[in-house]
Design a protein around this ligand. Structure first.
Ligand SMILES: Nc1nc2c(ncn2[C@@H]2O[C@H](COP(=O)(O)OP(=O)(O)OP(=O)(O)O)[C@@H](O)[C@H]2O)c(=O)[nH]1
Length: 384
């Protein structure tokens, strides 16, 4: 069996980030979205490195002279680090699309167009990289931006091809260039259409995810709150009491509970109707929120009964004062807009939590105190 010390050391070790994690934090940052953006830049940088290696290979075997590819090589070497620096510094967060997929796609297509003009006999092979860029954009660009990148690419390539046919007809032969352009336009348009479909699907998925999150939040509120008064419900209050008991067992503050029951509530319903009765319950809930301390928690325990959790804060006796403040406020306030003269009062059973006792024992004691308050003439607090 592991010693307590060994287990503690293990826990401590897992809390300290490993060297690898620290390196990843440094290079990729700890922000999830920024990490995704940087990962994309690093991937394209790797692709640019492969292109640089291919250029070096071409120069080495005399496919094209070194002076012709100088500018392209410089751009390929700079593009990745420049985008990395922009994103790593957080400058990208100022833009509407922080991943910078759109400008990166435009830069990539421009470099490929440049490669097309300098790669001599292998120029037609560079077109394939344009398809790669379009596929990349699929996951991060809106439909509008995919369309813009396509139009930009086709326009630039039409100009580049026409210019090369005119200035270097030996290598860039008119009929062949027309065929290359047609093949490129067809494949890029097809990929862009697919890209737009994916973009549409992503948008739909995102809105469904948002709707689900909202529905979940609504369900959580419905499961923990009372519909009429908006107060915590009995189930939620039991969970809150459990949390306070756990905190207390770990040396946290003590607390008291007050079980409050509206006096002669049946009369309110019988005399003025259920709707006015509901309004009276809402008035109680509203004033409880306003009059109790911010740390106090109120729940509708059932019917016209409410449970107030009163954490013990200095000075002692404060819980009782909070309840009496609520009593005084209710005595002054109209309980219903429909019956302006209607006032409601309540009786309270108040008790402190005794360390180690089960929740039910404390509630039972508060209930007994509540009955004693009713027996003693109502509209008062009995503390046990
Ligand atoms: N309008 C309304 N009435 C409710 C609701 N829940 C419970 N009640 C009513 O609350 C009344 C409770 O009546 P009783 O238990 O006899 O208590 P009481 O009339 O307040 O008498 P004491 O507690 O002895 O002062 C019943 O008439 C219930 O119908 C509710 O959500 N809305």
């Amino acid at each position: 069996m592991k010693s307590a010390m060994a287990a503690k050391n293990e826990r401590d070790a897992s809390a300290v980030p490993s060297r690898m994690q620290r390196f990843a934090s440094l290079v990729l940052t700890d922000d999830r979205d920024q990490r995704r953006a940087i990962t994309m830049v690093l991937t394209t940088t790797a692709l640019y490195s492969v292109c640089l290696a291919l250029l070096a290979f071409g120069v080495l075997y005399g496919v094209f002279p070194i002076e012709r590819i100088g500018v392209l090589a410089l751009l390929l070497a700079l593009a990745g680090p420049v985008f990395y620096a922009i994103i790593r510094s957080g400058l990208n967060l100022r833009f509407s699309e922080p991943k910078l997929a759109f400008p990166q796609a435009l830069v990539a297509q421009s470099m490929i167009a440049l490669a097309y003009t300098v790669c001599g006999p292998v120029h037609s092979a560079t077109i394939i990289f344009m398809a790669v860029v379009t596929v990349y954009g699929m996951f991060d660009m809106s439909m509008r931006r995919v369309r813009l990148v396509l139009l930009y690419t086709l326009a630039v390539m039409a100009l580049v091809m026409a210019w090369k046919v005119h200035t270097d007809p030996q290598v860039y032969q008119g009929p062949l260039e027309i065929m290359y352009f047609a093949m490129m336009a067809t494949s890029l348009t097809a990929i862009s259409l697919l890209s737009m479909l994916v973009s549409k699907m992503r948008k739909r998925l995102r809105s469904q995810k948002d709707e689900l999150a909202q529905a979940l939040a609504r369900i959580q509120i419905a499961a923990t709150h009372d519909e009429l008064t908006g107060l915590a419900n009995r189930r939620h209050m039991i969970a809150l009491l459990g949390e306070h008991i756990t905190r207390r067992s770990r040396g946290g503050p003590g607390f008291a509970v007050a079980l409050a029951d509206i006096d002669h509530f049946k009369n309110v319903n019988d005399t003025h109707g259920h709707r006015v009765g509901d309004e009276a319950l809402m008035t109680f809930a509203h004033l409880a929120r306003v009059q109790l301390r911010s740390a106090d928690l109120v729940a509708r325990w059932g019917g016209e009964e409410f449970l107030i959790l009163l954490p013990e804060t200095n000075p002692p006796g404060e819980p009782n004062r909070a309840v009496e403040r609520l009593r005084a406020a209710l005595a002054m306030a109209s309980a219903s807009d429909h019956v302006p003269d209607l006032r409601i009062a309540f009786s309270t059973g108040l008790t402190r939590y005794i360390d180690g006792e089960p929740i039910d024992d404390m509630i039972e004691r508060a209930d007994r105190a509540l009955y004693a308050a009713k027996d003693a003439g109502r509209n008062r607090t009995v503390t046990v």
